[in-house]
Write a protein that binds this ligand. Structure first.
Ligand code: GLC
Length: 532
């Protein structure tokens, strides 16, 4: 058992206790009419048992708590009719997950043969994973979503790395301004990073005369024509900088360095999923899949080149190549995943409406916003925050309800949900919340967070099935959702079991830390050996 497992195990235990306690509390009779309504709704929606949302932890959700005349409702509990209705909307059961995984395998196959699939299945030109004996120091620039980092990665030749880095926030103005301003900002950050190295004492003149090699992790869909060239297919994750779509991201960056008279060569253009796969394989050689579950979501995996029938180049004797699936766009045709009216509202509010719809059900950029739309709706129908819902201006501000708030809410196991109160009253400015309001808010976060985890598990199940690796492999996963969102990994594992049965035991889901930065450095370092 890893430390992570232990932490989750502990959290699970606490959650079960908290859940059982709230169940106990719910058995008190208060409102006869409410109990009758609940009975009617629960009956209509069989087999959706209320237990799976009334109990804080999913693993404790097998007992059946369907309100009836003997299981009375307390005023501290949310209205069961509301809970059942919402659970019905957000639940993706095991059968549906299997259908989703099956459809994804079909789309993967289609995307390997043609460009006519929701899955872009981009050949990355990375044909080998590192062996762990590589050495040297390399620069990497990592643009993920919310953050942008400059790193210097030193490989120790024994699977270990040392990283010096600077981290920056990409402001909304930069994301939505001109491409030149965005890329100038990146170049300036690299310049300051190099100049701030106390040990090497790099001067302004050195920036011009010395050559610096750099791996660029650019976490957007690009049409990758070689290891250091890729044309941006379209922005997502809240970016819309002008004059970039259709352009080569490496040329855009290289031009910015030139404007600053810096002698930096971009030797590799890498997606964060590819970087995660490569860097995790550096220390865990059985890694065949890299996944990002953060601001956005995506996966890369190792495919046999003979299966990539649309790849017309000479693979230089290589047998395998990493494929960037761009699964964020999976099911953009809306054929298999059930969407709620809240998902459609979120989609309509994005700069890339009707695309990257899988990502919009899963990733950190959108979960809080789905939740906010549900809450706004329930305020309108009078089902939540009766005292202060209409008074909060914040609740109607797009993206004001952050995914990090959901994380905080799900982590609150106090009896009166005091931290949930802090989030709602102090951060969302909703005065006078009741315990029932807070429990309902928490249940909604659970439903949305759980659906995200289960859908991402369906994606992984599809990939390992397509690779024929059900007998065992490691999946390196980076990103704040997997790392920080309570129960996310356990919910994924449960869903993997529902889809793959016992084979799920052979698939190791492992936290990959800082995969994208290190991976870019590794690929830059080994460009000659690792690429076709
Ligand atoms: C978006 C990008 C993809 C990236 C993912 C995670 O889906 O299109 O390239 O890997 O976000 O950052």
């Amino acid at each position: 058992m890893s430390n992570n497992d232990f932490t989750y195990g502990l959290a699970t235990g606490i959650a079960i206790c908290a859940g059982l306690f709230s169940l106990g509390a719910a058995f008190v009779y208060i409102n006869n009419q409410r109990a009758k309504n609940a009975k009617a709704v629960a009956h209509a929606s069989q087999p959706l048992a209320l237990s799976s949302i009334a109990v804080s932890d999913d693993r404790a959700s097998t007992s059946s708590f369907v309100p009836n005349e003997t299981h009375k409702i307390s005023p501290d509990d949310p209205n069961p009719a509301t809970l059942v209705r919402l659970q019905h909307l957000f639940e993706v059961n095991g059968d549906k997950l299997s259908q989703i995984a099956k459809h994804m395998v079909a789309e993967m196959k289609k995307g390997l043969a043609t460009d006519d699939s929701t899955l872009k299945m981009i050949p990355t030109h990375v044909v080998r994973r590192p062996k762990g004996d590589e050495t040297g120091s390399y620069l990497a620039l990592d643009l993920g979503g919310t953050n942008f980092r400059v790193c210097e990665v030193t490989l120790d030749g024994r699977g270990g790395t040392r990283v010096r880095q600077s981290k920056h926030t990409v402001t909304d103005d930069l994301k939505n301004g001109t491409g030149a301003a965005l890329f100038d900002f990146f170049a300036e950050c690299v310049k300051q990073f190099l100049l701030s190295d106390d040990q090497k004492e790099v001067t302004d003149k050195d920036l011009h005369t010395n050559e610096f090699k750099l791996g660029f992790t650019f976490s957007f869909a690009v049409n990758q024509v070689s290891i250091n060239s890729g044309f941006l297919m379209g922005w997502n994750k809240g970016f819309s900088a002008s004059d970039c779509v259709g352009k080569d991201a490496v040329v855009l960056l290289q031009d910015a360095f030139r404007r600053k008279r810096m002698n930096v060569s971009v030797t590799a253009l890498v997606n964060d999923t590819t970087g995660t796969l490569v860097s995790h394989a550096y220390s865990a050689p059985d890694t065949y899949v890299g996944v990002i579950l953060g601001t956005g979501t995506n996966a890369a995996y190792v495919e046999k080149i003979e299966n990539i029938t649309k790849y017309k180049k000479d693979p230089a004797g290589a047998k395998d190549m990493i494929i960037n699936t761009e699964w964020g766009a999976f099911d953009d045709e809306m054929v298999v995943i059930p969407r709620t009216k809240y998902d459609h509202k979120v989609d309509r509010g994005t700069a890339n409406a009707k695309s990257w719809t899988f990502e919009k059900l899963i990733s950190g950029m959108y979960l809080g916003e789905i939740c906010r739309y549900v809450l706004v709706d329930l305020v309108k129908t009078g089902e939540i925050y009766i005292a202060g819902g209409t008074k909060s201006k914040t609740l109607s501000v797009p993206h004001a309800f952050e995914t990090a708030f959901m994380s905080r809410i799900e982590r609150d196991h106090s009896l009166d949900l005091s931290d949930v109160r802090t989030v709602l009253e102090d951060l969302m400015h909703i005065p006078g919340t009741t315990l029932a309001d807070r429990r309902l808010t928490k249940a909604i976060c659970e439903m949305i967070g759980k659906r995200a985890a289960r859908l991402s598990a369906a994606g992984i199940a599809a990939i390992v099935t397509k690779m024929n690796k059900l007998d065992g492999c490691t999946v390196g996963i980076d990103g704040s959702l997997f790392e920080l969102y309570p129960h996310f990994s356990n919910r994924m594992r449960d869903a993997m079991h529902e889809i793959l049965g016992f084979s799920a035991e052979n698939i190791v889901l492992e936290q990959a830390r800082d995969g994208s930065g290190q991976g870019a450095a590794l690929i830059a370092a080994l460009a000659g050996k690792l690429t076709a």
